[in-house]
Design a protein around this ligand. Structure first.
Ligand code: GLC
Length: 750
């Protein structure tokens, strides 16, 4: 007993000290907020109405990422304090120049520099959909951290990322920028990317503001057509599109970007239900909302405002804080306030939200704290950045086929026929929304020639026309080689904004070339380079192995070679379903049963002329080793929030170390509304040595069992559920579970 008393005696002061430390931390955080409030309130008292409106204005410099805009003499406006932010200014020298201009203004309020740092800055990373295929949240966070370091060192304060729009339709080119078709996984990726960009302290000069975009549901345009209308019930929005936005806000994202599309018949940019009711009131968002490029001005095109004056009024009332590129606020907001049509309180709220972020970045202390040439030189394109890019790129690739274990290439391979100009194209490797220094990108061609094998290279087809070229020489090379590696795909610019395509098949000529090469009998590996799911049935049928490389950025060549030769065992999984046929699109795994559940029988949810099944399902990806799963079992919960646990044992039954993404899907067997046949509700990426086994346990809480109602209440209903644990959304084992008691309604708290 004495020992026990001594222990308690010793613990008491420690407990007191830690309590003091926690309360001191909380106090200091409160103190800091109070100090910030005092500073901003005092500054705002000095601001004229025009200077306040100026803070709500963002103008593009250098180049536009949308329709050309007439910005007038913006240098004079900056020097007068009538501009709060600029986009597409980069580099220490240039940001310093504009900041010096801003310091000429009466109150010397610093400018905020924003840019689309979407997948890396000068060191390019995989396109976001490719990165999402890693199902490796640490790798994803590491990529965002590197992008933040490099862009912050280049004078940039804010990235218009992460794009978190859920996408079910591969015709929409911007699926490239997101995390795919699943809201649960999209939410996890949103959190990781916000953490990566913002770190723990925005005052750190190597962290930047993040931006959750595009709010809301921009990924669901009707017919996959860019900028098209989005129309869905609030229940559909809440259960299939909302989570990633909400997760990003909960992770502390500093800004949100409104979407181009109308949402339930109101343009998102002036949609009060989205921007004020849900985002600011329900979710308590304290950062600021920026429009998309000219999207406030485009409310006129939506035919929801007669002119820029009415657009300005609708924007400020709906909760839009900053206007990107269009002239509505700068042209009319001060007058609207003076005429009593807009309360100055609304303007003040927007101004405060923006000034708070500038304060948090430390820009009032030192407007030039991000302008260090020495830091820029040391950090941008550093060896560390390239190591980060290689690490993430290796983990992003998805092995789709490997007949006869063609891969990994063995040491017996002395001669490789490398076919396809994409293997030489740094520009394509870096893809759309690239900020990369392409001169430093390592292409597959460059990297392969350093592998100590003889590389017989041929273009195979014209990159612009897809026309097959030099077939005779290609076939001659292939016959001489131990293996053929054929790079096919869509061009790097073919996915991204304004890249909706009705035809997402890989060019017939490219596929015919693969078939001709395979007919020689030489083992044929297809590398699929793309920014979205594509249809390539003939090529994947003919090839012995298929590796989806996406567009990997600056370290693409080294990463692909490391996977081809097995230095890294591919571990990626598809974050989006790959269609078998255009007629299936949009195709996604979390479809609903319907009254006549999908099957090949008559009178069932199916097509007459094409199958229901995709080419490759959500969550699919092979490895160079094999994994086995024990049957899942349900264990008791903790009597509190954990209703149950699902346990499975995963073993590496092959002869090579590898990583597996263990996936948990849940089906609510009977509910008050129709629910999907399955939904991803947990995943764990684990590494296993040959012969090693690991127990994986998933906690089952409300988050795994509930759903949102039309009024955005989150409810969990008692009854039967099925848990499915496996290697993808079609290969799993099931176990039943019954939730006994109703856990009651919780307003949007899951
Ligand atoms: C573009 C995009 C948006 C981007 C913005 C600024 O039109 O929709 O994602 O951040 O304009 O470039």
């Amino acid at each position: 007993m004495v020992g026990c008393r001594l222990v308690f005696a010793w613990l008491r002061p420690l407990a007191a000290a830690s309590a003091f430390m926690i309360s001191a931390w909380a106090l200091s955080a409160q103190d800091e907020d109070r100090q910030m409030d005092r500073f901003i309130s005092s500054l705002m008292k000095k601001m004229t109405l025009e200077e306040k409106v100026g803070q709500l204005v963002q103008i593009p410099a250098n180049f536009t990422t949308g329709p050309e805009v007439k910005t007038g003499d913006y240098r004079k406006a900056i020097a007068n304090g009538y501009v709060g932010s600029m986009l597409n200014v980069e580099g220490v020298a240039e940001t310093r120049k504009y900041q010096e201009l801003a310091m000429q203004s009466r109150l010397q309020i610093p400018l905020l520099f924003g840019k689309d740092v979407i997948h890396g800055y000068r060191t390019g990373f995989p396109v976001p959909l490719g990165e999402a295929a890693s199902f490796d949240l640490e790798a994803i966070e590491r990529a965002a951290r590197c992008a933040a370091r490099e862009s912050a060192a280049s004078g940039i304060h804010w990235t218009f990322a992460p794009m978190v729009d859920v996408g079910w339709d591969a015709r929409w080119g911007r699926v490239m920028e997101g995390a795919g078709e699943d809201p649960y996984y999209g939410a996890a990726v949103a959190r990781a990317r916000v953490r990566g960009f913002q770190g723990d302290d925005l005052a750190d000069t190597l962290t930047i503001l993040s931006c959750i975009k595009h709010f809301a549901a921009y990924g669901a345009p009707i017919a996959g057509k860019e900028y098209n209308s989005v129309d869905m019930s609030m229940g559909q929005f809440a259960n299939f599109y909302m989570l990633p936005y909400k997760a990003g806000i909960e992770a502390g994202a500093a800004t949100v970007m409104s979407a181009f599309n109308d949402f339930c018949s109101v343009p998102s940019t002036v949609n009060r239900q989205l921007l004020r009711d849900i985002l600011k009131d329900d979710w308590g968002f304290e950062g600021f909302v920026v429009s998309d490029y000219y999207s406030l001005g485009e409310v006129i095109n939506h035919r929801c405002a007669a002119d820029t004056r009415e657009a300005a009024l609708k924007g400020i009332e709906a909760g839009l804080d900053m206007e990107m590129s269009s002239p509505c606020y700068s042209g009319h907001l001060a007058d609207l306030v003076r005429e009593g049509l807009v309360s100055e309180k609304l303007v003040d709220d927007a101004v405060r939200r923006i000034l708070e972020q500038k304060y948090r970045l430390g820009l009032f202390e030192d407007p030039f704290r991000y302008c260090s040439e020495a830091r820029e030189k040391a950090i941008v394109s550093s060896a560390q950045s390239h190591a980060d890019a290689l690490y993430v790129s290796e983990r992003s690739m998805v092995l789709l086929k490997n007949a006869g274990d063609i891969l990994p290439l063995s040491d017996d391979v002395k001669t490789v026929a490398l076919v396809g100009g994409l293997s030489k194209s740094a520009h394509d490797m870096c893809a759309k929304w690239s900020c990369a220094d392409e001169s430093r990108a390592v292409t597959l061609y460059d990297a392969m020639r350093k592998r100590g094998v003889e590389v017989l290279y041929s273009d195979g087809y014209n990159l612009d026309t897809d026309e097959i070229t030099g077939l005779e020489k290609t076939i001659e090379d292939v016959r001489r080689a131990d293996v053929a590696v054929v790079a096919i795909g869509e061009r790097g610019e073919y996915s991204g904004e304004m890249r909706s395509r009705g035809d997402i098949a890989i060019a017939a000529e490219q596929q015919e070339l693969v078939e001709a090469i395979a007919r020689t009998g030489t083992p044929t590996v297809v590398l699929l380079m793309c920014g979205r799911p594509v249809i390539f049935n003939e090529a994947r049928e003919a090839a012995g192995a298929v590796l989806c490389t996406w567009w990997l950025g600056s370290e693409a060549g080294n990463a692909i070679c490391n996977v081809l030769w097995g230095d890294y065992n591919p571990s990626g999984k598809l974050p989006m379903t790959f269609p078998l046929h255009h007629g299936q699109i949009p195709i996604y795994y979390q479809y609903k049963s319907t009254g006549r559940p999908a099957s090949n029988g008559w009178w069932h949810a199916r097509y007459m002329d094409i199958p229901n099944e995709p080419a490759y399902p959500f969550g699919y990806g092979l490895s160079y080793t094999q994994f086995s799963y024990s049957s899942p079992e349900v264990l008791p919960g903790d009597g509190g929030d954990v209703h149950a646990r699902v346990r499975v044992e995963v073993s590496n039954t092959g002869d090579r170390a590898g990583e597996e993404v263990v996936q948990l899907y849940v089906r609510d067997e009977v509910a008050s509304v129709t629910r999907p046949v399955k939904e991803l509700k947990g995943f764990r990426k684990i590494a296993l040595a040959p012969g090693e086994s690991l127990e994986v346990v998933f906690d089952i809480t409300d988050a795994q069992l509930g759903f949102y109602t039309e009024s955005l209440d989150y409810v969990v209903e008692p009854g039967d559920f099925t848990f499915m644990v496996g290697t993808d959304s079609e290969h799993f084992e099931s176990v039943a579970f019954t939730l006994e008691e109703r856990t009651g309604k919780k307003k949007s708290k899951n």
